[in-house]
Design a protein around this ligand. Structure first.
Ligand SMILES: Nc1nc2c(ncn2[C@@H]2O[C@H](COP(=O)(O)OP(=O)(O)OP(=O)(O)O)[C@@H](O)[C@H]2O)c(=O)[nH]1
Ligand SMILES: [Mg+2]
Length: 367
């Protein structure tokens, strides 16, 4: 094979990524991602609400769902309507998702449009052979009936998605507590947004693509319910601190961290981040989650970030009392970690590397 042929091969084998925001919250989250520039992926906004959709000026494509049924007015909190609406656009959705290898579906569960349409999009993605990952938030504890709807939606999503990354808004409230609602929601948007952006950027970096995509697929394919945690550290043992925090405060209550099927860790540090630190992080994760079948960890250098490291952990294949229908009050996030966690989230919300990522690597370990 000539070098030209090889370069052509690299280009054509690069995984194609599509990120779809569904409903009001989903569209807001993908707008955050579009603002930060997603490397090598297509962004679609889909909603039954025409006026909200018209604000999505940065999406590559917008889809007005169920124009006949909802007449551009939204679906008033009824997921059945959201599902019917999406079915009206089935042919268009199939066309838009054709050829996608990695599909992220983003929504705030609890309303009508996002909650109802997400399983329809997931079904299409799965049929097209894409690794289909839903990233959803579940409503605040006070939104009782909405939480019930979200639970039903996650159960039906489990049939059609590879992994469902769930963030509990109530957990966010413990951290973001007295922030004004708009700011608390933008922290949530940044958190879901950076999860999607981190993974997408990592696997679309030219050098290690196939390995990265295959690794991601191995961990997220049929991964079930997943939870994420974030951490930040500086000074001595900064990676250790950040990894510990990320693993110990997931944003969805899970029954037992040590039963997670897979763990994916994403580390971002400044130019001073050493390979040794990154390698130690991997060993540390293995110690903390001893029964895990697969661990992958990636590191990225952001020259803007000197001295500190930021970590995002994804635990796949977890069980969660809320989803199992156990109405036990969730344990609170320990007081001493609320402040650092909140700072880490706020940092994530405000600063994100623009074109500054200079290197990326992925490591993997299988047991
Ligand atoms: N992260 C985040 N969550 C939000 C935002 N707005 C609303 N939510 C949450 O998402 C849930 C669903 O709200 P929407 O996305 O507005 O609902 P929708 O899918 O547009 O559904 P309908 O308006 O009924 O058609 C709410 O119950 C909130 O918990 C937002 O901007 N960001
Ligand atoms: Mg809406």
């Amino acid at each position: 094979m000539t070098r030209e042929e090889l370069l052509e091969k690299v280009k054509t084998s690069r995984p194609s990524v599509t990120v779809v925001g569904l409903g009001g919250a989903g569209c807001n989250i993908v707008t955050w991602i579009a603002d930060k520039k997603l490397a090598g992926g297509k962004i679609i906004g889909a909603n039954t609400d025409a006026s909200h959709l018209s604000t999505m000026t940065r999406a590559d494509k917008i889809i007005l769902l169920g124009e006949k049924l909802c007449k551009g007015h939204g679906c008033g909190g009824f997921p059945e309507r959201g599902a019917e609406a999406a079915k009206e656009n089935l042919a268009e959705i199939k066309e838009d998702l054709k050829g996608t290898n990695l599909l992220f579906l983003v929504a705030g569960l609890g309303g009508g449009s996002g909650t109802g349409s997400i399983p329809v999009f997931a079904g299409v993605g799965r049929e097209a052979g894409a690794l289909t990952i839903a990233c959803v938030t579940i409503p605040f504890t006070i939104e009782m009936t909405r939480r019930e709807k979200a639970r039903d939606a996650i159960r039906s999503l489990a049939e059609v998605c590879d992994s469902i990354v769930v963030i509990d808004n109530s957990k966010l409230r413990e951290v973001a507590g007295n922030l004004p609602l708009k700011d608390a929601l933008s922290v949530a948007n940044a958190l879901v947004g950076s999860f999607v952006k981190n993974l997408t950027d990592t696997i679309t970096q030219p050098s290690l693509i196939n390995l990265d995509y295959a690794d991601l697929r191995a961990i997220m394919e049929r991964g079930g319910i997943s939870s994420i945690g974030i951490g930040e550290g500086d000074g001595a043992n900064r990676v250790e601190k950040a990894v510990s925090q990320a693993l110990s405060t997931p944003l969805l209550d899970i029954t037992d961290i040590s039963t997670a099927y897979g763990v994916l860790i994403h580390i971002v540090g400044g130019e001073d981040l050493t390979l040794e630190e990154v390698a130690v992080a991997g060993e540390q994760i293995m110690d903390k989650v001893p029964n895990t079948k697969r661990v992958i960890w990636g590191a990225k250098v952001d020259p803007m970030l000197t001295g500190a490291v930021r970590v995002m952990a994804v635990l796949t294949g977890v069980t969660c009392p809320f989803l199992s229908g156990i109405a036990k009050p969730a344990p609170q996030i320990p007081k001493e970690v609320v402040k650092p966690l909140r700072e880490a989230m706020e940092h994530m919300a405000e600063s994100f590397p623009r074109e500054t990522i200079s290197r990326a690597a992925v490591f993997s370990k299988e047991k």
